[in-house]
Ligand binder design. Structure first.
Ligand SMILES: Cc1cc2nc3c(=O)[nH]c(=O)nc-3n(C[C@H](O)[C@H](O)[C@H](O)COP(=O)(O)OP(=O)(O)OC[C@H]3O[C@@H](n4cnc5c(N)ncnc54)[C@H](O)[C@@H]3O)c2cc1C
Length: 417
């Protein structure tokens, strides 16, 4: 066993929701953890009350349990940063069919919580700062990553000249992961021929604490409800459109953009009163062929980018955290080599299949919608109508999407240690 001061059991690259929560739970298991963050912390920047920031997540039950386990839930709840959502309304703009999911159908108070990613990340950083057992290297980027010359683990060079070693390196550094690149993981990418417009909008009518999803002839849109402040009903918009339409929509001024959006949603939500800064990016899906290499594992966006149709990116990333922690913790407690490839492959087996299934499902859904093809149109009508007639199937589907699997991993249940 290596005992050098700059040696860690596990070095995590990336301080987003996934990397930061992983650091906390691995610390709870007893690992010596280092976290490398490209961003400088300590600017004591509080999350704005109005939930500024366009990256929001609809947290599933299992994600909520994990954040409770990490210890940041009371802070998020007491500062009003969590917006419970109690329903999901899906409709097809080309037909009269629609489908409603309600929390009460699953005997729950809510289906999940909407929260700005920035609020969760800042709460996690405060949590990390309180844990003296975790070493955080902030404001520095990973520059070089090589196999440790003594044969076990990896050596990391940071761009401020710091060198450290770790038995295991975990890449949680997002879609453009440098750790993935430096370790030589093979990446597959697909272009969806769609663009994603992301904005915050204000609605004339109440959003009713509901997630609204509309499939159109040219794409789909998702409205995630934000807390009502000063009587304003605001939502985060994720609008998937074909590239030419994206260019036109982005060229519109705010009033015309609201009008264009209103034409899609007015039948359910009335007119759109205002929109703030809009972002537009091409939609890409990517997936590494293998999540693990010797002494290295990738999680979440570093390993795969999910289609935003079901807004499950953060939830899947947190399920990766749970799976990796349980598998490493089990090996650690038995005195086994937790960074060995057979142990890491267990993590890959547990997560890769589920992630690929969800990627395939969203790919099929996105193909069936966003088209005026008559067969796709009939299928859409039939499936929405049939689901409405079969409440038990609808509930099973809802449970699957909301909790991403009926059997929640033990770590996501409170007090599992
Ligand atoms: C516009 C938009 C809207 C989205 N909406 C939703 C939604 O509604 N629901 C949902 O579930 N998901 C959504 N997602 C996806 C979701 O945000 C991601 O799946 C999730 O945040 C992934 O978390 P992560 O921690 O893996 O990566 P990130 O959040 O990208 O964090 C990576 C971190 O690594 C750091 N980093 C990067 N490179 C280095 C380096 N070399 N060295 C050190 N640190 C580094 C970065 O600074 C960053 O803090 C959205 C994504 C986008 C872009």
């Amino acid at each position: 066993m290596i005992k050098a001061p700059n040696h860690y059991d596990i070095a995590i690259i990336g301080d987003g929701i996934v990397g930061s929560s992983l650091a906390c739970v691995l610390d709870d298991v007893g690992f010596r953890v280092a976290l490398v963050s490209a961003d400088a912390w300590g600017c004591a920047e509080d999350c704005p009350d109005d939930l500024a920031g366009l990256r929001v997540s609809a947290l599933s039950g299992s994600s909520c349990h994990l954040l409770q386990r990490v210890g940041i839930w009371p802070e998020l709840a007491s500062t009003g940063q969590l917006k419970p959502y109690r329903g999901v309304q899906v409709w097809d703009s080309c037909s009269t069919q629609d489908l409603t999911f309600q929390a009460t159908e699953l005997h729950r108070d809510e289906l999940g919580f909407i929260v700005a990613d920035r609020c969760v990340t800042l709460a996690l950083h405060r949590q990390l700062a309180q844990r003296s057992s975790i070493t955080c290297y902030t404001g520095v980027s990973l520059q070089d990553l090589s196999m440790f010359r003594l044969g076990c683990g990896r050596e990391l060079n940071l761009d401020d000249g710091t060198r450290l070693t770790a038995s295991l390196v975990v890449g949680a550094d997002g879609a453009h992961s440098n750790s993935r690149f430096l370790a030589g993981f093979a990446l597959q990418t697909w272009d969806h021929s769609y663009c994603m417009i992301n904005a915050r909008v204000q609605l004339a009518q109440s959003h009713q604490g509901t997630v609204w999803q509309c499939f159109t002839a040219t794409g789909s849109l998702l409205l995630l409800p934000l807390p009502v402040t000063a009587g304003h009903n605001r939502c985060v918009l994720i609008w998937l459109v074909q590239p030419a339409q994206a260019v036109s929509l982005m060229a519109l001024d705010a009033d015309d953009f609201c009008q264009a959006l209103g034409q899609v949603v007015a039948c359910r939500l009335g007119s759109v009163l205002a929109v703030d800064s809009r972002l537009c990016a091409p939609l890409r899906q990517q997936h590494v062929k293998s999540y693990v290499r010797p002494a290295m594992a990738l999680l979440s966006d570093a390993a795969y980018i999910m289609h935003p149709l079901l807004a499950q990116g953060t939830n899947l990333g947190l399920l990766d955290v749970v799976a990796l922690t349980e598998i490493l913790g089990y090996a650690y407690r038995r005195g086994a080599d937790f960074s060995s490839l057979p142990v890491l492959q267990r993590y890959q087996r547990r997560r890769q299949r589920d992630n690929l299934h969800l990627m395939a499902l969203t790919a099929v859904l996105s193909r069936l919608h966003g088209t005026q093809n008559i067969r796709s149109y009939c299928w859409r009508n039939l499936s929405l109508g049939t689901l409405r007639q079969l409440p038990s199937v609808k509930c099973a589907l809802m449970q699957r999407v909301i909790d991403l699997g009926l059997a929640l991993p033990p770590l996501t249940l409170p007090n599992s240690f």
